[in-house]
Design a protein around this ligand. Sequence first.
Ligand code: GH3
Ligand code: MG
Ligand code: MG
Ligand code: MG
Length: 319
Amino acid sequence: MRPNDGATVSASLWNATILIVDDDPGAVQVLARMLEDLGDVCVATDGQEALRLMASQRPDLVLLDADMPGLNGFAVCETLKADPELADIPVVFVTAHHSAEFEVSGFDAGAADYITKPVTAPLVRARVRTQLRIKRLSDELRRIATEDPLTGVANRRRFDTLIRRELAIAQRSGQPLALMMVDIDQFKAYNDHYGHPAGDGCLRAVAVAVASACQRPADLVARIGGEEFAVLLAQTSLPAAATVAGRILDAVAALDLPHHGVGAQARVSVSVGVGVVTLAGTALLAHPPDLAGTMDALLASADAALYEAKRSGRNRACA
Ligand code: GH3
Ligand code: MG
Ligand code: MG
Ligand code: MG
């Protein structure tokens, strides 16, 4: 019989995913049965499979056997913690070892907690619930720290982090990195004519349109100023970025939002400035260009292109 610990409703509402890793299929089954009502349970019986599932399923918690042939639990945990995309996933070691030294090395590898074998249901469930509660809070904190509350796209802080990361990747790979600045045309007049709340609604609609035009999962759309969005396109050349810019103009036009602040027939539109940087081979130089300077140059070139789009009549993209 399942212990009545009152956790079923809140945990299942959240729909957590729990990954159980143990080379002993019997041990996996025992844990899976204990936890099946606390979330979606997935299982792996070796370290490699565990790492694959972590990347594809993004579990909210990993119960990890320390002793496994091949890639053991510590190695799996260290690999997970070294990946910025996965490092937030808490790892609870499940082990027959009881020594303090063993536990310390697990915490050093990034573990959140320990469960010792033989496992008992009430304790496993209590520890899992605690970790899921912390994970839910940290997910929420991360969302608040990285999301623009008005539109739901990334905020400036997230953009600042990702542009640095993408520039570093571009320097290693030699692939071009494209940046677009998207600015709503005559938006002050829109607010003046329709009022600020309607202006906020317009901003939300434009954010959805811009995001819909960016189709690759790695594309980043961020609101970086009042009515200004930045779009970061990894591994994207100038012609490809110009295609995306065209899709953005079309998506905003398709909103078909009247803008009577600038004329009876007018519709909400945006102007787009496109900048591209290519750092091919620079990682091999004795003095590779510093990323801060490269970032400033990329931002300045997108800004200059945006200025040109505004100057030459708006509702267009320039590079
Ligand atoms: P341009 O075509 O040259 O870009 O003209 P513009 O009027 O869009 O440019 P300007 O920078 O003069 O005006 C931006 C306006 O955006 C000013 C401000 O009222 C409005 N704005 C900035 N943030 C917000 C916001 O969060 N909500 C609303 N509703 N309006 C905002
Ligand atoms: Mg084992
Ligand atoms: Mg504007
Ligand atoms: Mg502006």
